[in-house]
Design a protein around this ligand. Structure first.
Ligand code: 5GP
Length: 178
């Protein structure tokens, strides 16, 4: 599997340290409250599961699944809900947990969709952000790491459903997807 990876960007230990800090930050921001953390599947599942174990306030979790890139590495810009949330978020504090923000179109769609349900607040938490790739103005409240415009895999992120189980985050060799 390692032969498909061009370079490692974040090691297992670096991810662990970052998650601990992020967990502390969220715990401090939500003292006495019970936010609903909504994980965007599938890429966010490992991030969410490590993150919630580093949060000391009560949290609820829920999951949403959207149409993704398929086996390509370019955003189609088309977002479709494949699995909606089960929890009623009206009047609740919501934290959207996303694997990576590229153009920002996916998050923009989710955000507008959730706003209609009248939550008391919405914050965005992303494991990775590609700030140079944003096509719209989007505020990400909690960011794990910033990355360049490279295609990354590992720690939940896939290419054609592979590499999600890598414990680190790395850049995929171009020859794998081109
Ligand atoms: P956006 O709508 O922000 O352009 O795209 C966000 C989604 O595209 C992410 O949730 C993820 O599924 C996918 N994506 C964007 N960049 C990458 C990347 O570098 N690696 C992987 N594996 N997925 C990506």
């Amino acid at each position: 599997m390692i032969k498909d990876i061009e370079k490692m960007l974040m090691s297992e230990q670096e991810i662990k340290n970052m998650i601990k800090k992020l967990g502390e930050q969220i715990s401090n921001d939500y003292i006495g409250r019970t936010p609903v953390m909504i994980c965007i599947l599938k890429g966010g599942f490992i991030f969410l599961s490590d993150l919630v174990r580093n949060i000391s306030t009560n949290v609820e979790v829920d999951f949403m699944s959207l149409s993704s890139y398929g086996d390509s590495t370019k955003s189609s810009g088309v977002v479709k809900i494949k699995k909606d949330i089960d929890v009623d978020i009206s009047g609740r504090d919501v934290i959207i947990v996303e694997d990576i923000v590229d153009s920002g179109l996916t998050l923009d769609y989710i955000n507008s969709y959730f706003v209609k349900h009248k939550p008391s607040s919405i914050k965005i938490c992303a494991l990775l952000d590609k700030p140079n790739a944003h096509k719209i103005n989007i505020k990400i409240d909690y960011v794990g790491f910033e990355v360049g415009n490279e295609f990354v895999v590992g720690y939940g992120l896939d290419f054609a459903q592979k590499y999600r189980n890598l414990p680190y985050i790395g850049v995929l060799k171009k020859e794998i997807y081109s």
